[in-house]
Design a protein around this ligand. Structure first.
Ligand code: GSH
Length: 207
Protein backbone atom coordinates (compact mmCIF):
# COMPACT_ATOMS: atom_id res chain seq x y z
CA UNK A 1 0.00 0.00 0.00
CA UNK A 2 1.43 3.37 -1.05
CA UNK A 3 1.84 6.31 1.30
CA UNK A 4 -0.38 9.13 0.05
CA UNK A 5 -0.31 12.83 0.88
CA UNK A 6 -2.69 15.31 -0.74
CA UNK A 7 -1.65 18.97 -0.67
CA UNK A 8 -4.15 21.76 -1.30
CA UNK A 9 -5.53 24.88 0.32
CA UNK A 10 -7.71 24.56 3.41
CA UNK A 11 -10.80 24.68 1.22
CA UNK A 12 -12.84 22.32 -1.00
CA UNK A 13 -11.86 23.56 -4.50
CA UNK A 14 -10.21 21.04 -6.79
CA UNK A 15 -9.11 18.85 -3.88
CA UNK A 16 -12.53 17.99 -2.51
CA UNK A 17 -13.46 15.45 -5.23
CA UNK A 18 -10.09 13.77 -4.62
CA UNK A 19 -10.69 13.69 -0.85
CA UNK A 20 -14.13 12.14 -1.45
CA UNK A 21 -12.75 9.54 -3.88
CA UNK A 22 -9.96 8.64 -1.43
CA UNK A 23 -12.55 8.24 1.33
CA UNK A 24 -14.82 6.10 -0.87
CA UNK A 25 -11.86 3.88 -1.70
CA UNK A 26 -10.96 3.44 1.96
CA UNK A 27 -7.51 4.87 1.19
CA UNK A 28 -5.60 6.42 4.09
CA UNK A 29 -3.93 9.72 3.20
CA UNK A 30 -2.42 12.76 4.82
CA UNK A 31 -4.67 15.74 4.09
CA UNK A 32 -2.11 18.57 3.92
CA UNK A 33 -4.08 21.83 3.98
CA UNK A 34 -2.11 25.03 3.51
CA UNK A 35 -2.98 28.61 4.35
CA UNK A 36 -2.09 30.91 1.44
CA UNK A 37 1.21 32.17 2.99
CA UNK A 38 2.28 28.54 3.58
CA UNK A 39 1.36 27.71 -0.03
CA UNK A 40 3.37 30.70 -1.30
CA UNK A 41 6.39 29.72 0.80
CA UNK A 42 6.22 26.06 -0.27
CA UNK A 43 5.85 27.10 -3.90
CA UNK A 44 8.84 29.44 -3.63
CA UNK A 45 10.83 26.48 -2.34
CA UNK A 46 9.84 24.48 -5.43
CA UNK A 47 7.49 22.17 -3.55
CA UNK A 48 4.96 21.94 -6.44
CA UNK A 49 6.07 20.69 -9.88
CA UNK A 50 3.86 23.15 -11.82
CA UNK A 51 3.57 25.74 -9.06
CA UNK A 52 -0.06 24.80 -8.43
CA UNK A 53 -2.11 22.46 -6.27
CA UNK A 54 -3.56 19.87 -5.81
CA UNK A 55 -0.44 17.72 -5.58
CA UNK A 56 -0.66 14.04 -4.69
CA UNK A 57 2.55 12.70 -3.19
CA UNK A 58 2.72 8.95 -3.85
CA UNK A 59 5.59 7.33 -1.94
CA UNK A 60 7.58 10.56 -2.27
CA UNK A 61 6.75 11.21 -5.94
CA UNK A 62 4.79 14.43 -6.52
CA UNK A 63 1.96 14.08 -9.05
CA UNK A 64 -0.19 16.93 -10.44
CA UNK A 65 -3.39 17.35 -12.47
CA UNK A 66 -6.71 16.81 -10.72
CA UNK A 67 -8.28 14.57 -13.37
CA UNK A 68 -5.25 12.26 -13.55
CA UNK A 69 -5.15 12.04 -9.75
CA UNK A 70 -8.88 11.24 -9.63
CA UNK A 71 -8.49 8.39 -12.13
CA UNK A 72 -5.52 6.99 -10.20
CA UNK A 73 -7.35 7.15 -6.89
CA UNK A 74 -10.35 5.39 -8.46
CA UNK A 75 -8.13 2.66 -9.91
CA UNK A 76 -6.36 1.90 -6.63
CA UNK A 77 -9.42 2.40 -4.43
CA UNK A 78 -13.12 2.07 -5.21
CA UNK A 79 -12.81 0.85 -8.79
CA UNK A 80 -16.49 1.48 -9.52
CA UNK A 81 -15.65 5.21 -9.60
CA UNK A 82 -13.99 4.94 -13.04
CA UNK A 83 -15.43 2.65 -15.74
CA UNK A 84 -13.30 0.03 -17.47
CA UNK A 85 -15.55 0.07 -20.57
CA UNK A 86 -13.88 2.48 -23.08
CA UNK A 87 -17.10 4.28 -24.12
CA UNK A 88 -18.25 4.79 -20.55
CA UNK A 89 -14.75 5.99 -19.60
CA UNK A 90 -14.82 8.47 -22.50
CA UNK A 91 -18.10 9.94 -21.29
CA UNK A 92 -16.80 10.18 -17.73
CA UNK A 93 -13.56 11.84 -18.90
CA UNK A 94 -15.42 14.27 -21.14
CA UNK A 95 -17.82 15.35 -18.38
CA UNK A 96 -14.96 15.51 -15.87
CA UNK A 97 -12.80 17.73 -18.08
CA UNK A 98 -15.75 19.94 -19.01
CA UNK A 99 -16.26 20.78 -15.33
CA UNK A 100 -12.71 20.50 -13.95
CA UNK A 101 -11.07 22.26 -16.90
CA UNK A 102 -13.45 24.43 -18.99
CA UNK A 103 -15.87 25.49 -16.25
CA UNK A 104 -13.26 25.87 -13.47
CA UNK A 105 -10.88 27.92 -15.62
CA UNK A 106 -13.74 30.20 -16.67
CA UNK A 107 -14.87 30.72 -13.08
CA UNK A 108 -11.36 31.35 -11.72
CA UNK A 109 -10.88 35.08 -12.57
CA UNK A 110 -14.07 36.08 -10.74
CA UNK A 111 -12.87 34.29 -7.60
CA UNK A 112 -10.00 36.76 -7.34
CA UNK A 113 -12.01 39.90 -8.26
CA UNK A 114 -12.31 42.23 -5.25
CA UNK A 115 -14.71 44.79 -6.77
CA UNK A 116 -18.24 43.51 -6.00
CA UNK A 117 -19.96 44.94 -9.07
CA UNK A 118 -17.21 43.75 -11.41
CA UNK A 119 -17.45 40.31 -9.80
CA UNK A 120 -21.21 40.18 -10.45
CA UNK A 121 -20.70 41.22 -14.07
CA UNK A 122 -18.06 38.50 -14.51
CA UNK A 123 -20.38 35.92 -12.94
CA UNK A 124 -23.26 36.92 -15.26
CA UNK A 125 -20.95 36.49 -18.24
CA UNK A 126 -19.73 33.16 -16.86
CA UNK A 127 -23.30 31.90 -16.31
CA UNK A 128 -24.49 32.88 -19.78
CA UNK A 129 -21.35 31.60 -21.53
CA UNK A 130 -19.09 28.78 -20.32
CA UNK A 131 -21.39 27.58 -17.52
CA UNK A 132 -24.38 27.33 -19.87
CA UNK A 133 -22.34 25.51 -22.51
CA UNK A 134 -20.79 23.03 -20.07
CA UNK A 135 -24.04 22.37 -18.23
CA UNK A 136 -26.07 21.97 -21.43
CA UNK A 137 -23.50 19.50 -22.75
CA UNK A 138 -23.35 17.47 -19.52
CA UNK A 139 -27.14 17.58 -19.10
CA UNK A 140 -27.21 15.92 -22.54
CA UNK A 141 -24.66 13.28 -21.48
CA UNK A 142 -26.70 12.38 -18.41
CA UNK A 143 -29.86 12.38 -20.55
CA UNK A 144 -28.34 9.69 -22.76
CA UNK A 145 -27.64 7.45 -19.76
CA UNK A 146 -30.18 5.60 -17.65
CA UNK A 147 -29.39 8.14 -14.91
CA UNK A 148 -29.05 9.52 -12.37
CA UNK A 149 -25.31 9.63 -13.11
CA UNK A 150 -23.16 10.01 -16.25
CA UNK A 151 -22.74 6.22 -16.30
CA UNK A 152 -26.28 5.32 -15.30
CA UNK A 153 -26.69 4.09 -11.74
CA UNK A 154 -22.96 3.89 -10.99
CA UNK A 155 -21.47 7.00 -9.40
CA UNK A 156 -18.15 8.03 -11.00
CA UNK A 157 -15.40 10.57 -10.40
CA UNK A 158 -17.14 12.83 -12.96
CA UNK A 159 -20.31 12.74 -10.89
CA UNK A 160 -18.38 13.74 -7.77
CA UNK A 161 -16.98 16.79 -9.58
CA UNK A 162 -20.32 17.76 -11.14
CA UNK A 163 -22.28 17.28 -7.91
CA UNK A 164 -19.85 19.32 -5.83
CA UNK A 165 -20.04 22.19 -8.36
CA UNK A 166 -23.85 22.12 -8.49
CA UNK A 167 -24.05 21.97 -4.68
CA UNK A 168 -21.59 24.86 -4.36
CA UNK A 169 -23.75 27.02 -6.64
CA UNK A 170 -26.88 25.99 -4.76
CA UNK A 171 -25.24 26.93 -1.44
CA UNK A 172 -25.16 30.57 -2.58
CA UNK A 173 -21.49 30.98 -1.67
CA UNK A 174 -20.63 32.17 -5.19
CA UNK A 175 -22.11 35.69 -5.44
CA UNK A 176 -24.16 36.14 -8.59
CA UNK A 177 -24.69 32.41 -9.20
CA UNK A 178 -28.09 31.22 -8.04
CA UNK A 179 -30.16 28.05 -7.76
CA UNK A 180 -32.52 29.58 -10.36
CA UNK A 181 -29.66 29.51 -12.88
CA UNK A 182 -29.58 25.72 -12.47
CA UNK A 183 -33.27 25.27 -13.32
CA UNK A 184 -32.55 24.52 -17.01
CA UNK A 185 -30.55 21.50 -15.86
CA UNK A 186 -32.95 19.16 -14.00
CA UNK A 187 -30.78 16.11 -14.65
CA UNK A 188 -27.70 17.76 -13.15
CA UNK A 189 -29.79 18.79 -10.15
CA UNK A 190 -31.03 15.20 -9.83
CA UNK A 191 -27.42 13.97 -10.15
CA UNK A 192 -26.38 16.23 -7.26
CA UNK A 193 -29.31 14.97 -5.15
CA UNK A 194 -28.41 11.33 -5.89
CA UNK A 195 -24.79 12.09 -4.97
CA UNK A 196 -25.86 13.65 -1.66
CA UNK A 197 -28.01 10.59 -0.89
CA UNK A 198 -25.21 8.09 -1.59
CA UNK A 199 -24.38 6.27 1.67
CA UNK A 200 -20.62 6.82 1.16
CA UNK A 201 -21.17 10.57 0.72
CA UNK A 202 -23.37 10.66 3.83
CA UNK A 203 -20.58 8.86 5.74
CA UNK A 204 -17.95 11.26 4.34
CA UNK A 205 -19.92 14.27 5.54
CA UNK A 206 -20.49 12.71 8.97
CA UNK A 207 -16.83 11.75 9.59
N1 GSH B 1 -4.78 21.80 -14.31
C1 GSH B 1 -4.57 21.84 -12.88
C2 GSH B 1 -4.89 23.25 -12.40
C3 GSH B 1 -4.44 23.46 -10.98
C4 GSH B 1 -4.74 24.87 -10.48
O1 GSH B 1 -5.04 25.79 -11.26
N2 GSH B 1 -4.67 25.03 -9.16
C5 GSH B 1 -4.92 26.31 -8.53
C6 GSH B 1 -5.83 26.13 -7.33
S1 GSH B 1 -7.44 25.56 -7.79
C7 GSH B 1 -3.65 26.89 -7.99
O2 GSH B 1 -2.81 26.20 -7.46
N3 GSH B 1 -3.53 28.21 -8.10
C8 GSH B 1 -2.47 28.92 -7.49
C9 GSH B 1 -1.66 29.68 -8.47
O3 GSH B 1 -1.60 29.24 -9.65
O4 GSH B 1 -1.09 30.68 -8.06
C10 GSH B 1 -5.47 20.78 -12.22
O5 GSH B 1 -6.50 20.39 -12.80
O6 GSH B 1 -5.10 20.30 -11.13
Amino acid sequence: MSTLQLTYFDSPGRAEPIRVALFMGGLAFQDRRLKFPEFAEARAQGDFPLGAVPVLDVDGVKIVQTAAILRYVARIGDQTLYPTDPWSALLVDSALDSFNDTLSQALMPSLFERDASKKLAMRAEFAAGPMARVMTYCEGLVGQSAGPFVSGTTLSIADIVIALQVLQIRSGILDGLTTAMLEPYPLLNALADAYSADARVVAYKAR
